[in-house]
Design a protein around this ligand. Structure first.
Ligand SMILES: *Cc1c(COP(=O)(O)O)cnc(C)c1O
Length: 389
């Protein structure tokens, strides 16, 4: 099977892990702060807080921004469930802003309309979580203008988008957001096996997130609110978690980061090849703006409405051909858990339209020309098929 995505591990990643295993610290050693420094520098953000997953990063980002009971958080329905679950962890309510069905990102004019209505009804969100879907940055300048107007905070879910650029700045610079998070799950652009990070330019937010990732505890004398009992003293100041990243994971992250630009370049070249080769087929690649650099976490095609082979058959037939085509994403509100919260089956019109048409094709740096040719050939075959299965 040719997977839809896959990590790329070299000998230097393996050596980095072995080095940590032979060192004094497996966790809470020097690698985590090193990794944080390098990611912050790469993105031109002031602070970075590494954690054990992007899901944890989203949770502590919401908490740091004060999300709690009685609050509302908005995100995109076209995302992984973690983008909205984080609000529920905090006891808040979640709601979804419809997408642009041509690029899969949150739709700015839908956001504007929804904000106007929410303002009238006195139910504005505290935080908006735009998702840079498939690696293409959302229009953050427009989103932040709208958010500022209503005094709403922004967390970028950039799980797909490390290495991407918006207005010639790396995603993660937090120019238009309070916090930006990345995922280092193996299927994402770079990996630390499991892992995530939260970036911010706000020192207070960084400090709170650092405490929240480690039990709400600090050992920093300058932060103590009561006098120290002695050199062993530490203080719990809030209810935190154990969301720490280990040095083993951070070591992989460091070596992976040095390859990030190369990975993004390869992904862009593979995407370009798909776009060129699929031109005559009844499919339309997801729209990517010339004004941004996508990190191409995913390569997605939309099956034209005129195409006579149903999407389900296309995916089934591709899998029969040894190609693990996938679908990103099932709109979150369609999940049984979310329907129990009261969302209807077809809550967002454009997310529905997109979901009917979208298929993810394999794309990852180590995919060979031969493999990509096979995907293209199989897709051609499948789209011409009249067999039923
Ligand atoms: C992968 C992903 C997450 C969760 O990342 P983990 O590191 O696996 O917790 C969150 N949001 C989006 C959009 C993702 O793709």
């Amino acid at each position: 099977m040719i997977p839809y995505g896959k990590q790329h591990i070299d000998q230097d990643d393996i050596n980095a892990v072995v080095e940590v295993l032979n060192s004094d610290y497996l966790t809470q050693g020097p690698r985590v702060p090193q990794f944080e420094g390098k990611v912050a520098e790469y993105c031109n953000a002031k602070y970075a807080v590494a954690v054990n997953s992007a899901t944890s990063a989203l949770h502590i980002a919401c908490l740091a921004l004060g999300v709690g009971e009685g609050d509302i958080v908005w995100t995109s329905p076209n995302s992984f469930v973690a983008s909205s679950n984080c609000a529920l962890y905090c006891g808040a309510q979640v709601d979804f802003v419809d997408i642009n069905p041509r690029n899969g990102n949150l739709c700015t004019s839908a956001l504007e309309q929804k904000l106007k209505t929410a303002n009238i009804n006195n139910c504005l969100p505290k935080v908006i979580i735009p998702v840079h879907f498939s690696g293409q940055p959302c229009d953050m300048e427009a989103i932040s203008k709208l958010a500022n107007k209503y005094d709403i905070k922004i967390i970028e879910d950039a799980s797909h988008a490390i290495g991407a650029e918006y207005q010639n700045n790396k995603v993660g610079s937090c120019q238009y957001s309070d916090i930006c998070i990345f995922s280092f799950h193996p299927v994402k652009i770079i990996t630390s096996a499991e892992g995530g990070i939260a970036l911010t330019n706000n020192n207070a937010l960084a400090n709170v997130m650092k405490k929240l990732r480690s039990h709400g505890v600090t050992s920093d004398v300058k932060e103590f609110t009561e006098s120290s009992h002695g050199p062993w003293y530490y203080q719990q100041q809030m209810l935190g978690f154990n969301y720490r990243m280990s040095d083993l994971h951070a070591a992989i992250g460091i070596t992976q980061l040095s390859k990030l630009d190369d990975f993004v370049l390869k992904r862009n070249l593979q995407a370009k090849k798909y776009i060129d080769k699929l031109i005559d087929l009844p499919v339309t690649p997801l729209e990517v703006s010339d004004a941004v650099l996508s990190s191409y976490h995913l390569f997605i095609i939309l099956i034209d409405k005129s195409c006579c082979v149903p999407k389900k058959h296309i995916v089934e037939l591709l899998r029969k051909e040894g190609i693990f085509a996938h679908v990103h994403y099932i709109p979150i509100y369609k999940q049984p858990f979310y329907k129990k919260l009261g969302f209807s089956e077809t809550y967002c019109d454009y997310a529905e339209q997109y979901y009917e048409q979208a298929i993810t094709l394999p794309l990852y740096p180590q995919m060979t020309e031969e493999q990509q040719n096979k995907v293209i050939g199989s897709l051609k075959k499948v789209l011409n098929t009249t067999d039923s299965i």
